[in-house]
Design a binder for this molecule. Structure first.
Ligand SMILES: Cc1cc2nc3c(=O)[nH]c(=O)nc-3n(C[C@H](O)[C@H](O)[C@H](O)COP(=O)(O)OP(=O)(O)OC[C@H]3O[C@@H](n4cnc5c(N)ncnc54)[C@H](O)[C@@H]3O)c2cc1C
Length: 423
């Protein structure tokens, strides 16, 4: 019964005499809830103490081991069954029954949400990487296939005249699919590395202002990394499957599994819709808007310091759209929270595409510099220049209609009455 809305949790924790708690309740869809790969399993369980408020403010976090420390006794935290899933079949997803299992409070009573978010924030970044990893496998598989599969002739004359046909990589439509995968995957990897770098700066830099700015960016970009990398990780795995044609649909090739496995990443650790709500409903307003201001400062100073930044005008235009969307939210969301809900997903996407545009501009700049300085790895550096061009010509323009989507507001989404849905 309780999913996104954690306030509805029914699992209870009753204090025992020895300072531990008796945990009673059932959790479904618990990843790795039961298995015999390790000697012990330590569950982190959200539950409510007696008399706790019926909202997320009444949730506490407990640590519940499968085997109790010291005695080694089996704690009554049992797997009630395995879920039957479309993908990630190597991961045991369990129904867990806590039948008075002994647990110990982590942190303060009723502060479970805050404690859990320490783990969730890290997990969100990791799930983003899961999406990206699957997309990269899909790209490599589909590239190999496209170079070998012979079908049709190039539109500009045979490229493999001695063979019965040309490899499908000669066809513009196949190249569009491969380019989309490669360019977006590299852009997403850059976004993940940029966020990881900010994470390092936020804990280890000597200057407090640098630490604070980096932390602002990490907080802002965590839902973006989770949602965009899993949305596009899945989409790119799907595009990879398409490159294989009918072979992609069969279990003889790994693509169908990548698509099935990639689907969950858009759902768990908070659905991507909830990530967008976190960005718009929470992160934009945090510290009086300081998080998003830090992002704009980063982009603005890049353009100011690099008058010859590659694809400067396109990047400026995307930034302007992101700014316009942010101001639109600032003026409309406080009056009507449904406007924020309606704009959340396109806004997250607009931010992701814009930040990746900034990173592609930087990558192209670095590649050009390497080429100018006679670097040896020319194919890599040349590919970066072409990839950046593809990004700015074919992918970044989506920011234009994302802004239109946001500015057109909620009306056409909210106007249906109940009888309109099935009319
Ligand atoms: C394979 C698998 C493994 C999992 N592993 C774990 C685990 O180890 N531990 C764990 O605790 N959980 C785990 N989960 C649970 C997972 O985190 C939830 O499924 C997920 O958070 C979504 O909750 P839900 O399924 O109840 O969907 P719901 O909350 O019912 O959401 C359904 C839809 O409504 C949308 N929605 C809901 N509320 C709102 C809102 N307020 N505003 C806008 N949209 C909304 C959602 O975005 C979604 O599209 C796992 C799930 C699966 C499938």
């Amino acid at each position: 019964h309780c999913g996104t809305d954690l306030g509805m949790i029914r699992t209870r924790a009753t204090p025992n005499d020895d300072g531990s708690y008796a945990i009673e309740g059932t959790k479904i869809w618990i990843t790795g809830g039961e298995h015999d790969l390790v000697h012990n399993i330590v569950h982190l369980v959200l539950a409510k103490l007696p008399g706790a408020p019926d909202t997320t403010k009444g949730i506490s976090l407990f640590v519940v081991p499968k085997f109790l420390p010291e005695s080694g006794e089996r704690n009554p935290a049992f797997c009630g069954g395995l879920e039957h899933k479309m993908g990630i079949k190597g991961s045991a997803t369990c129904v867990m029954n806590f039948e008075g299992a002994r647990g110990w409070l982590v942190g303060e009573p009723n502060e479970g949400m805050r404690a859990m978010f320490t783990m969730m924030n890290e997990a969100r970044l990791m799930v983003g990487m899961q999406g990206l990893g699957l997309a990269e496998m899909a790209y490599q598989e589909s590239l190999g296939f496209a170079r070998e599969r012979l079908q049709g002739r190039s539109l500009t004359g045979a490229k493999n005249p001695d063979g019965p046909a040309d490899p499908i990589i000669v066809h513009p439509d196949v190249r569009r699919m491969l380019m989309r995968q490669k360019v977006l995957n590299e852009g997403m990897r850059a976004l993940a590395l940029f966020t990881g770098h900010q994470l390092d700066l936020s804990v280890a830099h000597g200057d407090e202002t640098v630490r604070e700015n980096a932390d602002n960016l990490v907080q802002l970009l965590t839902p973006v990394v989770k949602a965009f990398l899993t949305d596009e990780g899945f989409n790119n795995a799907n595009v990879g499957l398409q490159v294989l044609g009918g072979s992609g649909f069969t279990t003889d090739w790994p693509l169908e599994q990548l698509v099935r496995d990639g689907r969950i990443a858009r759902i768990y650790e908070g659905t991507n819709g909830i990530q967008a709500m976190d960005l718009v409903g929470r992160k934009l307003g945090l510290k009086g808007g300081a998080l998003v201001r830090t992002l704009f400062a980063e982009l603005t100073s890049y353009l100011k310091d690099n008058s010859d930044a590659p694809h400067r005008e396109e990047l400026k235009a995307a930034m302007k759209r992101l700014e316009t969307a942010t101001l639109w939210l600032a003026s409309n969301a406080p009056k009507d929270p449904e406007q924020a809900g309606a704009a959340a997903s396109p806004y997250l996407r607009l931010m992701a595409l814009t930040v990746i545009g900034y990173l592609w501009s930087r990558m192209a700049g670095a590649a050009q510099q390497g080429l100018d300085n006679g670097a040896e790895n020319r194919p890599l550096l040349e590919s970066k220049l072409v990839s950046a061009r593809f990004y700015f010509e074919k992918l970044l323009p989506e920011t234009d209609w994302l802004l239109q989507d946001i500015e057109s507001g909620k009306d056409s989404m909210m106007a249906f009455s109940d009888d309109h849905w099935v009319a």
